[in-house]
Design a protein around this ligand. Structure first.
Ligand code: SAH
Length: 230
């Protein structure tokens, strides 16, 4: 059931180089590094871009969407402080790579994607890797997943258009829960935030500038030509 490291020695070497880069860049959580070591990113990257699977860059995955940069995946996962008893919600399944990393760390992952073809492809790849602690639906992640709430952790992998997190998501976060989300300031700059739900209210911490595709309302229509940021 455990995904195995790549059999291709060149990919294995690239993956080790990427792990060293992540360590140097401040990723210190051993569980996060171990998850990245175990999950083959090439399984979530289009065939034509296989040689770039372990570059520390975002790559196009179709529908104008991208698989996030490995450093950003690692940073967000580390900020989320996921435990093995946690029920986690991800908004923006995309390629399924961030989801795969999270499934190694949590009890169960619930993931929402507005593009059905992307969700179907991601779930198929996760199935091939033998990952079973995941449930995915096509939906509008701005509404969260009310029937499964509350969640211990929520991660959003597309940028919300304002600097206030969607109310549905903070409502569906359990007491003591953590939300990691890119928000957009009035000057249009995107920053990653960690928001903790305490008895006294929401405590918000700004982590770093980021660049994500936008978090868009509603389920996407079947138009395969729709585009967005690369
Ligand atoms: N976690 C992904 C990143 C994908 S990019 C990965 O590891 O590959 C962000 C994704 O968020 C895109 O697939 C986009 O379609 C999706 N998205 C944007 N707005 C959304 C919304 N309101 N609900 C669900 N998914 C959304």
């Amino acid at each position: 059931m455990v995904p195995s490291p790549p059999s291709d020695p060149a990919q294995a070497a690239r993956r080790i180089r990427l792990l060293m880069l992540l360590r140097r860049s401040g990723i210190t959580d051993h569980r996060v590094l171990a998850a990245i070591e175990r999950i083959p990113r090439e399984a979530f990257v289009p065939a034509a871009l296989q040689d770039q699977a372990y570059e520390d860059t975002a790559l196009p995955i179709g529908r104008g969407q991208t698989i996030s940069q490995p450093f950003v995946v690692a940073l967000m996962t580390q900020a989320l402080a996921v435990g093995d008893r946690h029920k986690v919600l991800e908004i923006g399944t995309g390629s399924g790579y961030q989801a795969a990393i999270l499934t190694r760390l949590c009890r169960r992952l619930y993931t929402v994607e507005r593009h059905k073809p992307l969700l179907d492809h991601a779930l198929a790849q996760l199935h091939v890797l033998g990952i079973t602690n995941i449930t995915g639906i096509v939906g509008d992640g701005l509404k969260g997943w009310p029937s499964q709430a509350p969640f211990d952790r929520i991660i959003v992998t597309a940028a919300h258009r304002t600097d206030v997190p969607p109310a549905a998501l903070t409502e569906q976060l359990g007491q003591g829960g953590i939300l990691v989300i890119p928000l957009t300031k009035p000057n249009r700059a995107q920053y990653l935030y960690r928001i903790i739900k305490t008895a006294a209210g929401l405590e918000s911490e700004e982590l770093c500038p980021v660049r994500f595709v936008p978090l868009l309302p509603n389920i996407a229509t079947g138009d395969a030509s729709s585009s967005g940021e690369g």
